[in-house]
Design a protein around this ligand. Structure first.
Ligand code: CP
Length: 313
């Protein structure tokens, strides 16, 4: 059993050291053949993962389920209040306690920041934050870093632009913290209304992590290795009129990428920020990125569930 990965839960990427991240990426690499169904693993045989999803999901939910099943484990859970007894008024705390008694780990997506943290404090099985409102999405960040490392062989010193909705986009919140551990040249490209939150900028500055901000993607597109695009998060806008004003702020298409030496990543779903004509270009890494969720989440599940430190509390 590994000794380096000592996390009891995966709630915030801020809880990870660079060594923790590198460890998970290395473990994920070893699991690629299992993820691709080219090898069999019984590592989580007999283990059950609980899924509590209060917001829609395709990739996160299904890749966790795939990861668990590829390791010979199983999943139970629900994907809405209305398909659980919370519909009858049961509290989320009691619901989580029920899943604790059935499962060996819990994955939670919720529209409110801090819910995964709260649940992690009341159950004795590992809890994974699969996205909490506009807060964090730490496992997405791990697969994003895996994708960059697979592409370039390293993460250090890459030139990365995080583009789009940096205010409400939880994937870029987690990713900015993680890239800060790797001496990456980060540029945050967004409309003024959707700038990276001040507390994240302050945290980066406190740790002497350098970043630039820009509103114009054209200013930076020639100098980046990774264009990490994001969806404008319509569901988090208090006023839909504000959303409509900026929803098309950055539209990426094949023509604007001509002659550029960069990869395009996106946590997905995309709405219209990446034109379909980019899909068949050398720049597209967003589908590969989505597949990388499987080996990376396998590595996370294997290490958290088999090494459950919460029983020691
Ligand atoms: N990247 C991501 O979180 O996608 P889903 O919302 O489909 O899970």
């Amino acid at each position: 059993m590994i000794e380096i990965f000592n996390l009891k839960n995966v709630i915030s990427i801020k809880d990870f050291s660079k060594e923790d991240i590198n460890y998970i990426l290395d473990e994920a690499k070893k699991l690629e053949k299992v993820a691709k169904s080219q090898a069999i693993s019984n590592d989580l045989n007999g283990k059950i993962l609980g899924m509590m999803f209060f917001e829609p999901s395709t990739r996160t939910k299904l890749s966790f389920e795939t990861a668990m099943k590829r390791l010979s484990g199983a999943c139970v859970g629900f994907d809405s209040v209305s398909s659980s007894s919370m519909e009858k008024g049961e509290s989320i705390a009691d619901t989580a306690k029920m899943l604790e008694s059935y499962c060996d780990g819990l994955v939670i997506r919720h529209e409110l920041e801090g819910v995964s943290q709260f649940i992690s404090e009341i159950v004795n099985i590992p809890v994974i934050n699969a996205g909490d409102g506009a807060g964090q999405h730490p496992t997405q960040t791990l697969l994003d870093l895996y994708t960059m490392r697979e592409e370039f062989g390293h993460i250090e010193n890459l030139n990365v632009a995080l583009v789009g909705d940096l205010k409400y986009g939880r994937t870029v919140h987690s990713l900015a913290y993680a890239l800060g551990l790797y001496n990456v040249n980060m540029t945050f490209v967004s409309p003024n209304e959707l700038r990276m939150p001040k507390e994240i900028l302050r945290d980066l500055e406190k740790n002497n992590i350098k970043y630039k901000e820009n509103t114009d993607l054209n200013d930076v597109i020639d100098d980046i290795d990774v264009l990490y695009d994001t969806r404008i998060q319509k569901e988090r806008f208090p006023d839909v009129e504000e959303y409509l004003k900026i929803k098309d702020a950055y539209l990426i298409n094949k023509k604007m990428l001509e002659g550029k030496d960069l990869i395009v990543m996106h946590p997905l779903p995309r709405i219209n920020e990446i034109d379909y004509d980019v899909d068949d270009t050398k720049h597209n890494r967003y589908f590969k990125q989505a597949f990388n969720a499987v080996p990376v989440r396998m590595a996370i599940l294997k290490n958290l569930i088999l090494n459950n430190k919460k029983f020691e509390d």
